[in-house]
Design a protein. Structure first.
Length: 58
């Protein structure tokens, strides 16, 4: 038995690291997009409320 070769072991660690980074990046992007959409929804509600208030005063 020769033992573990360093080259292939490093490549496997590198490949696993890339997969983990890709998954974390996707999760982060999805969460950021969801948060942005929620923020836009809140802003839209505020604008609609201000618009209704202006219509009542006219």
């Amino acid at each position: 038995m020769e033992g573990i070769e360093l080259g292939p072991a490093l490549m496997q660690v590198f490949a696993a690291g890339l997969v983990i980074i890709a998954v974390l990046l996707m999760v982060t992007m999805i969460r950021a997009l969801k948060k942005r959409q929620e923020q836009l929804d809140r802003l839209e509600k505020k604008i609609e409320a201000l618009d209704e208030e202006l219509k009542k005063k006219s």
